[in-house]
Design a protein around this ligand. Sequence first.
Ligand code: NAD
Length: 511
Amino acid sequence: MTLTLDDQVQATLRELGIDDENSGGFAGTWSALEGTRIESINPATGKTLAAVWLPGGDTYEKVVASSAAAYEEWRTWTAPARGEVVRQLCDELRKHKDALGHLVSLEVGKVLSEGLGEVQEMIDMGDLAVGMSRQLYGKTMHSERPLHRMYEQWHPLGPVGIITAFNFPVAVWAWNAMVAAVCGDSMIWKPSHLAPLTAIAVTKIGERVLAANDAPPIFNMLLGGRKEVGERMTADRRLPLISATGSTRMGKAVGQAVADRFGRALLELGGNNAIVVMDDADLDLALRAVLFGAVGTAGQRCTSTRRLLLQRGIAAEFKARLMEAYGSVRIGDPSDPKTLMGPLIDQSAVDNMMAALVRIQSEGGVILTGGKTIEGPGFFVQPTLVEANAAMPVTCEETFAPILYTFEFDTLDEAIEVHNSVPQGLSSAIFTLNMRHAERFLSAAGSDCGIANVNIGTSGAEIGGAFGGEKETGGGREAGSDSWKIYMRRQTCTLNWGEELPLAQGVEFEV
Ligand code: NAD
């Protein structure tokens, strides 16, 4: 690994165990420097943070074999013993929260408080998973046959593949890994090629915790380019579950390939999230939520607010206030606590945003504020507010950038129709002080999204609930509630403790 870093960054990487000396061994089960070299770029400066080598040769086979062997042993550990290892992992993450949060901020350009928040989310997920390790409940049923006992139980599934996006480079691993670990699975993580350093750091922390517990190497990681390693995992029958987070384009490819081999896919894909603001809303609350949802993380969250539906009575006032707020957003160095918006991830993200803006205008959209790149180093853009109408096809797509479309409506029915008219179905929100409006939005005839909020924005879910969305968002659910079930296999067991062999449904079969 070649490091061309200032002292502070070097210290951060060293604390996380990433330095020249151990460059090849970060995935624990392998050491390979013969592959392709890629660079991790700081999007705030455009400069290289470090170069890493993608594994070459037979590394893939070694990692899958090692992960399969680790699973054979790990599944024999009791779930609470597995939970204890996860508890210790949380302790390590607490110790290194500052350094890891800083590295997230450096590598993907999130403002520091969001980088730290992401590590906190890992810790929260771990804490939740520790509790789950004693609550992997199955049901018991009353058998229709006398002297029979019937119940279901949940077994570990196997080595699972985890493919993650750049924008939550460590939290999404934790959503999967913490739960998969207590469920008894081993895993192979293919992080985004845009965020290799955070993945190395997390894997090294995990390795240390496993080693301290004489646990098998369940946390494996395989760096890869844009597609190759992910495609190989997707087609690999030894990985019964592929959990993939990223664009709808990627999810379609992954979903089809996994279905082709009768594997299980957990898909967490793009969103096109809207906030509905009613005339009766608390506009101060709504304004703050819209600003965070649309501008926070530079619009690079799956739950970012991309569409704003304003009821006619407050539309003009709300837009004016929003434009004023946009004008005061501090854009710049993500490590400066006063900064609210950092850069986009890379030049191609900037180009995509600019291309979308050309298209928006050609479809009749009007840019109210923003719309330009910011001169200087790094990949900075202005957050952009657009007056749009529901007939513009571009508004049905996810542009992964801080573009917010505004629409006006008269009735809630009309708003819900526009709201649900896009192909994605991740997160949604309504701002209203009217109970009937709120309940209508949350009803079966309301929002069609996986997440529906009242007087809370679309962005920033808590880990206790199941997270995910419908339609082209993929249908997967991760994190809390009963999401753990996808990481396990269900077995229905019937035990006959009598002396007869009655058949179900009263079938007679006597010789
Ligand atoms: P991306 O689709 O470009 O890449 C995501 C991951 O998939 C990367 O690791 C990539 O290498 C891998 N990949 C790409 N093509 C593949 C293929 N054919 N087979 C296997 N793997 C493949 O996404 P991105 O630009 O890194 O992230 C942004 C996207 O992720 C946005 O669409 C965002 O909405 C989505 N996202 C969704 C959630 C969610 O929970 N719903 C969370 C975070 C991000």
